[in-house]
Each structure stands twice: as structure tokens, then as C-alpha cells.
Design a protein around this ligand. Sequence first.
Ligand code: UDP
Ligand code: MG
Length: 346
Amino acid sequence: MSQDRPAMPPTYSLVVPIYNEEAVIPILLRRLDALLDSLDAPGEAIFVDDGSEDTSAIVIEGKARADRRYRLVKLSRNFGHQIAITAGLDHAAGRAVVVMDADLQDPPEVVHALIARWKEGYDVVCAERASRRGESRFKLVTADLFYRLTGALAEAPIPRNAGDFRLIDRKALDCFLAMPERDRFVRGMFAWIGFRQGTVTFDRPPRAAGKSKYSLRRMIGLAANGLVSFSDAPLRLALWGGAVVSGLALGYGLVVIGRWASGDPSLARGWSSTIVVVAGLGGANMLMTGVIGLYVGRIHAEVKRRPLYIVERAVGFEDPPASVRRPARTSESGSPRPGRGRARWS
Ligand code: UDP
Ligand code: MG
């Protein structure tokens, strides 16, 4: 396929978030070259550099300048995987957009299968992992627990064993882009959108090179995010937990009064029982305040209405044709600009 930028918007966009992936980028670029060459219509690859501290952004910028199918969106710092994906989706112009990890755990070849499903008429096609090789037992167990929990609690079922590797039709993508929340749990949002959702399965290989960027802390963060932003079950849990604890305290109080009335004041006098009750209630209270705090924190983040991310530099973009109105898609820009800062920019 020619290296010239297609005059028409590309049919396919690949969105790849990158955070310190210099070890894997050479192999990734080779595989994406092959993929873009083999597609049945023009495609673009949008790399979102999520504040890498290594040479990732430099290498990709070189590629974006040499090959017009490649673009770089460089964020001003590390905003996290889910925001990086959102930034890439904001910049994608394709009719079908594929989100994939940089580490080749989402093999580019599977994109053909995703496209085949899309052509059958599916609007969101998830790539489900039939197997996961080369990942620690701990990761597998915690991931399984996470998928079960979010699957059971979320309002719209989030596909099990599917990360963010998926194809999204423009129609569904426009709905996603119109969702204003700061708190992005991308896979949950795509499940929530609805439309025709399909899946393909694939065997997930180990990382091609480099190390996982998801530390335990980040995994817990993602899980908490997924739970709190897609379910109010934790709030209900607090309510029920509070009700149970208060009920027990009331029951215990009645027992104490009953014993006292029947001439046995030993329980009523014992201060240890008081401490048990106070500590129990105090603990339950703190737990519930904590749960509410999680939600209040989210409300706080939403009302600040900050832009989701800041683009330091975008390379490889030209002004979009009038037919494609992407708010964040700009010409090559030298100056930083807040992403999807609709409140300020529209
Ligand atoms: N990533 C990112 N920002 C981050 C963390 C990760 O853009 O803060 C990217 C990373 O470069 C990779 C993808 O997200 O392309 C998935 O990360 P990783 O492979 O480390 O996660 P895992 O597969 O271990 O869950
Ligand atoms: Mg990975």
C-alpha cells in the first residue's frame, strides 16, 4: 500500500496507548506495518504516548514523520491507560476503530477477525481471551475475580476475559465520545452503550518485550474504578451492612435490658460490652463513610470539569476533511492543548 496519506479519512484506525514501551516498539511497528498493508481499506495507527520517560515518543515521532499512516499524540504526562485510550479514540478518524495494547499481547493479526465480525454488522466487537499465556498466577486469579465481580455488579454486562482490545464502529464510538465523565472505565462504557455487541476469541500471548505497567496498586485502582463507576452496589452494601450492624446492636441492647429487668444486671454493668458495641458501630460507620467517600470523591472529580488530558504535541495529523468533525483532532500542533476541554473550547 502506498505510504501517502489517504485523501479520504481512513476506514480503519488503530489506537495504541504507549507507556515506556521502547523495548517492544520495533517489533510492534513491524507487525503493524504488515497489518496496515494487509487491510482491505486505508488504515491509520494512532499512538498515544502516555508520558513515557524512555525513548518511546521519539521513536514513534520518527515513524509518524516517515510514514503518513502513523500518528503520535503525546500527552503532557502519564494520565493512565484508560485516559490514553480515550485520547486516542478522540483523535481517530476511521469508520471502525480498534483499541489494542502495545505489547503485542493483543496480536495485530486478530484485527482481521474483528473486522470480519464488524462487516457482519456488529457495532462493538470484543476480543475475548480464550487463554492467557505467560502471566503470573496472581494476575490470573485477581483478573478472574475482577471480571466476576464487575460482571455480577455492573448494570450492563461487561464481557469476561476481555480487556480493552476491541473494535468499535463509528456510531458506537460517537456515543462513547459524547460521554462526559472524567472517570473512564473504557470497557464498562462500551458495554453500557449497547448496540450489537459481538466477540471473537483469541489466545493471549505473553508480552513480546518489556514489563507490565500494571502494578498491584494500579490493578486495584482499575478494579475500584470499574466497580464504583458502573455499579451502586457498594453503596447498597453499605446500607445493608449498616442495617445489619444496627440490628445486632439493637438486639444486644434488648438482651441487656431484658437481663437487667429479670434481676441480672451483670451485662448492663460490664463496660467491656459497651466497648464491643461502640467499636463495632464505629467500625461499621467508618467503613460506610469510606464507601460514600469513594463516590463523593468521584463527584468532586466530575464537578471540577478539568480536561481529561493535555496534549503536548500531535504529529502526523492534517486538518480533517469537513466531513469528519473530531473535536480533538487537530493539525500538527506545537502548543499544548487540553483534550476534550469542551467546557472551555466549544
Ligand atoms: N499503558 C499506558 N499508560 C499507563 C499504563 C499502561 O498507556 O499508565 C499502556 C501500555 O503501554 C500498554 C497497555 O497500556 O500498551 C497495557 O499495559 P500493560 O501491558 O502493562 O498491562 P497488562 O497487559 O500487564 O495488564
Ligand atoms: Mg500487557
